[in-house]
Write a protein that binds this ligand. Structure first.
Ligand code: CP
Ligand code: NVA
Length: 323
């Protein structure tokens, strides 16, 4: 019996383009967002007209979930299959991640067998460590600090309903969380005005979001009164009062956030053509009144569906570049 020679070297081929990751919204330029949003519209059109679009045949996406998910899982999984690829789904509980295998080792192993990785985890630093040791692109599927795929979908949804977002006013009402941080980065890059109203003690972490000092054409302003933030706004948006990982604070937050429920009065003071968004899952009667989320200004179901279309464009771009 003869010894076999490895079919491929153990390092990446010389001249291979550098691996790009999508760990936060600011990882891409304004120009790249222009391309991605156009491409997502093209990919959505293909899907809606039952035309096959399979540029990722034989490619595999690894999805790692350390927190629960419905939309992120379904949109990435269905999206990758539609692109012609396949998917491996891992959770903390059913992999060695839950038995303290170092994140660096997991990254080295998983990225040798798959072509792209999506991770939902706790600290952004954990995602960054994975990316540092990964041979393949890594996508942030939500961390404590950021949720870039969701904001990409939200911006696509706004444009779909109302046209360009540059120069428009977005009101964020509620927690200064991963969604709010990401909106801050998006405003800087895409040139819209972001108004943020949070209860005291739950402000956006401007250092984490790293946007105000470098606001491009956009602007960012904080408001103590959510009504003031919503006055004349083109988009009103919110999220749960207690994000995953902060459940122990639930009761304290319920009291602190009582005046930050997006209700009909807030929508009435916004621009008459204003739309309402929520990344979901939602708690009717807490951060949003049922009449608002289920009302005529709400676009939350389009917003959820658009996760899949924008993420298909994102995976295609990270693996194949501009087409
Ligand atoms: N909006 C969002 O990310 O939803 P899931 O938690 O269901 O993935
Ligand atoms: N801010 C929420 C978003 C859920 C999609 C969380 O992190 O739990």
């Amino acid at each position: 019996m003869s010894f076999f020679k490895p079919a491929v070297p153990s390092t990446l081929p010389k001249g291979a383009p550098p691996v790009r990751h999508y760990l936060q919204f600011s990882d891409f330029s304004t120009e790249e967002y222009g391309y991605l949003l156009e491409r997502a519209a093209f990919i959505k059109q293909k899907f809606k007209t039952f035309q096959r679009h399979q540029p990722l045949v034989d490619r595999t996406l690894a999805m790692i979930f350390e927190k629960a998910s419905t939309r992120t899982r379904v949109s990435f999984e269905a999206g990758m299959y539609q692109l012609g690829g396949s998917v491996v789904h891992l959770t903390t509980g059913d992999s060695q991640l839950g038995r303290s295998e170092p994140i660096e080792d997991s990254a080295k192993v998983i990225s040798r067998m798959t072509d792209i990785v999506m991770i939902r985890t706790y600290e952004q630093s954990k995602l960054e460590s994975f990316a540092k040791h990964s041979r393949v692109p890594v996508i942030n599927g939500l961390t404590n600090e950021f949720h870039p795929c969701q904001i990409l979908a939200d911006i696509f949804t706004y444009i779909e309903h109302r046209g360009p977002i540059a120069g428009k006013t977005v009101a964020w009402v509620g927690d200064g969380n991963n969604m709010a941080n990401t909106w801050l980065q998006a405003a800087a890059l895409l040139g819209f005005h972001l108004r943020v109203s949070t209860p005291s003690g739950y402000e956006v972490n401007e250092v984490t979001a790293a946007a105000p000092a470098s606001m491009g054409a956009g602007s960012y302003k904080t408001y103590a009164d959510p009504m003031e933030a919503c006055a004349g706004a083109d988009l009103v948006t919110t999220d749960v009062w207690t994000s995953m990982g902060y459940e122990a604070e639930n009761e304290v937050r319920r009291k602190a956030f009582a005046a930050w429920c997006v209700d009909r009065k807030m929508m009435a003071i916004a621009d008459p053509k204003a739309i309402f968004m929520h990344c979901l899952p939602a708690h009717r009667g807490e951060e949003v009144e049922a009449e608002v989320i289920d009302g005529p200004q709400s676009v939350v179901w389009d917003e959820a569906e658009n996760r899949m279309h924008v993420q298909k464009a994102l995976m295609e771009y990270l693996l194949l570049g501009k087409l």
